[in-house]
Design a protein around this ligand. Structure first.
Ligand code: UT7
Length: 331
């Protein structure tokens, strides 16, 4: 019996480039309030959202993902033929199969492995974890990780508990080999006992057999809010401990942009020093689920709030319920 050769990966991995795509149309709270009984003040106060972007009718998840990934690839200084895998985290690609990622890969000019992952607002951090393992394990030299959502297609614009929060956009990174560690251990998990906290109103089978409406998203906001506020700070602390750093060592805190009040309560629970800049992209982007962390990362780097080479704490959490956090070096 001959011994099987194993793949050999890079010693370390890091994020090499980031890119975002924000759809052109700005949607104000006033426009949202044309369909729900709410006010601009209430939305700002309870969520921190001032405006958000909605994609055009003919603009798809794949279109937005290609735009963001193309930018990330250019920023990473690599070419399409170096990509070993394309991971698309989305819950709003409107086909069950084939994956959006296969189309994205094709449009990026690669025949690399391609797959979608369904981990909602934690999906970007899930993708980073998987890409890190692929690069270090030798199954891909460079991996494109994209978070992309067109939540406007799956949000009931007349539902006052969710219409104001969800939005559209895409963010992507390229993960590749590094001479030094650039991605700390991922602390991740799930709590399926809260499976119904964010879900679709019906399954495709119900749509087929019971003539129900298109299954929009529904969210038990308070339930998710409480879980995020109480359970996510300890996860973030474990990610820092696993990476061997403390909050004092951070150059940026980039949590999923779920709600500004959730971010504020995490800052308090983590006793985040005042010198650490915090992503607050939600004010103008809304909650873009899997896209929110890379979009916020790109904004912080472009505005100079965070610096290339800095140490950032990422944490994503959402439907499942699922979560993931890791410390990374910024591209
Ligand atoms: O990204 C994936 C994970 N998702 C999240 O992390 C979202 C987590 N949840 C949240 O961000 C918040 O729960 C929301 C922003 C969605 C809602 O804020 P809330 O402070 O939890 O509101 P609530 O549901 O506790 O409602 C408070 C009050 C209620 O009135 P009463 O009973 O106090 O008189 C609601 O009827 O606000 C009322 N309300 C509204 N008022 C104006 C609920 N929705 C609205 C609205 N406009 N749109």
């Amino acid at each position: 019996m001959s011994a099987i050769k194993e793949a050999v990966g890079a010693a370390h991995a890091r994020i090499l480039g980031v890119g975002g795509y924000r759809p052109a149309r700005v949607v104000t709270n006033a426009e949202i309030c044309e369909r729900i009984d709410s006010t601009d003040e209430w939305i700002r106060e309870r969520s921190g959202i001032i405006s958000r972007r909605f994609a055009a009718e003919d603009e798809s998840v794949v279109d937005m993902a290609v735009a963001a990934a193309g930018k990330a690839i250019a920023n990473a200084g690599i070419t399409a033929d170096q990509i070993g895998c394309v991971i698309l985290s989305t819950v709003t690609h409107p086909l069950q199969t084939p994956s959006g990622a296969a189309d994205v890969a094709h449009r990026l000019g690669t025949t690399a492995a391609a797959m979608d992952i369904s981990a909602a607002c934690a999906g970007f951090c899930y993708g980073v974890s998987m890409a890190n393992d692929m690069v270090r394990g030798g199954s891909a030299s460079h991996v494109v990780v994209i978070g992309c959502e067109k939540l406007s297609d799956f949000t009931d614009s007349y539902d006052r508990t969710s219409a104001f929060i969800f939005a559209d956009g895409a963010g992507a990174v390229v993960i590749g080999p590094s001479e030094e560690p650039g991605i700390g251990p991922t602390i991740w998990g799930s709590d399926g006992s809260q499976y119904d906290a964010i879900t679709q109103r019906a399954s495709w089978i119900d749509v087929r057999d019971h003539n129900v409406d298109f299954p929009m998203l529904t969210m038990q906001g308070q339930k998710v809010f409480r879980w995020a506020v109480w359970q996510m700070a300890p996860v973030a602390e474990r990610a820092m401990a696993a990476a061997g750093i403390t909050a004092d060592d951070l150059d940026a805190f980039i949590p999923h942009q779920a709600n500004m009040r959730i971010t504020d309560s995490m800052i308090k629970a983590l006793k985040l020093p005042a010198h650490v800049p915090v992503a607050r992209d939600i004010a103008e982007a809304g909650n873009t689920s899997a896209a929110s962390i890379p979009l916020a990362m790109e904004r912080m780097l472009e505005s100079g709030e965070a610096k290339s080479g800095g140490t950032a704490l990422l944490i994503g959490f959402g439907a499942g319920l699922v979560y993931a956090a890791q410390v990374v070096t910024l591209p």
